[in-house]
Design a protein. Structure first.
Length: 271
């Protein structure tokens, strides 16, 4: 018996990285998964995004754990596409109980030379990580309420949502602003959905060892980590599954009274 038996998790940005780790761990604990990813590059983002093959690999890992997986290609900035993806998953798997608003991008300022480029990067960062989170919560709101069985939502934040963390460029400023903004969304939706037994929280990890920061264009080098992230604990970068374990607790019955909270998984950076 798994602690998530009979539950269905809707996960954005599930093609690789943290999203894939979350899908795998929740499946190991009994959840079926609706896995969504854009599976296409975003022109302002300097590294390749996940592909349809990556998303298929996530599905394979979920199924290897003995659970079902419905996949869909959708951009979280497109609320209509996201609605179709969730509807497809619900039709196949029978509902939704857990929502992980995880999709994210990280821009570099190395190729930003004009105000127009700064504005484009800002728009894409905020579009994916703030508007995209709102879209995810909004499409999930109705089925979570109408099912009448409660549920749990976790938004992927960042240490950048707990302190000022930007180099002044459009993309990094958008990242910083979006990660602060989702805390307000979580608190507001926690109040809105609480009477229906739906909990909403944010997890704020320090740097996580994924391709988003392990690519030739990343602004997050080990040296910049050390300068920007003054960790109290002797912890280097987190592994994706470290974040997954925190999320597992937040969506489980063990956290039945936890809502509207910003959980710092940051080795003391926010101190």
């Amino acid at each position: 018996m798994g602690q998530l038996d009979g539950k269905v998790a809707f996960i954005t940005g599930a093609g690789r990285g943290q999203g894939r780790a979350h899908a795998g761990l929740l499946a190991e604990h009994g959840a079926d998964v609706i896995a969504v990813d854009i599976c296409a590059d975003i022109p302002t983002v300097p590294y390749p995004m996940a592909t349809e093959d990556d998303l298929a690999e996530t599905a394979r890992l979920v199924e290897a754990a003995g659970r079902r997986c419905a996949t869909a290609v959708a951009d979280v900035r497109d609320i209509g596409a996201l609605q179709k993806a969730l509807d497809h998953g619900i039709a196949r798997l029978g509902g939704v109980d857990i929502v992980l608003a995880n999709a994210g991008v990280l821009h570099s300022d190395r190729t930003e030379t004009t105000l127009e480029q700064a504005a484009e990067r800002w728009a894409d960062a905020v579009g994916v990580m703030l508007t995209g989170v709102f879209n995810t919560l909004k499409v999930a709101q109705r089925p979570l309420v109408e099912q009448g069985r409660g549920g749990a939502i976790v938004i992927t934040g960042s240490t950048a949502g707990l302190k000022g963390m930007t180099d002044g460029s459009g993309g990094m400023s958008g990242y910083n602003a979006a990660k602060h903004g989702v805390v307000g969304l979580a608190k507001g939706f926690a109040r809105l959905l609480g009477p229906h037994g739906v909990r909403v929280n944010v997890v704020h990890p320090t740097a996580v060892d994924t391709y988003m920061i392990n690519n030739p264009h990343s602004p997050m080098t080990r040296a910049s980590d050390a300068q920007a992230l003054a960790r109290v604990l002797p912890v280097d970068r987190l592994q994706p599954v470290d974040v997954s374990r925190a999320i597992l607790w937040l969506v489980s019955d063990a956290a039945f009274a936890v809502t509207g909270q910003a959980l710092a998984l940051d080795a003391g950076v926010s101190l």
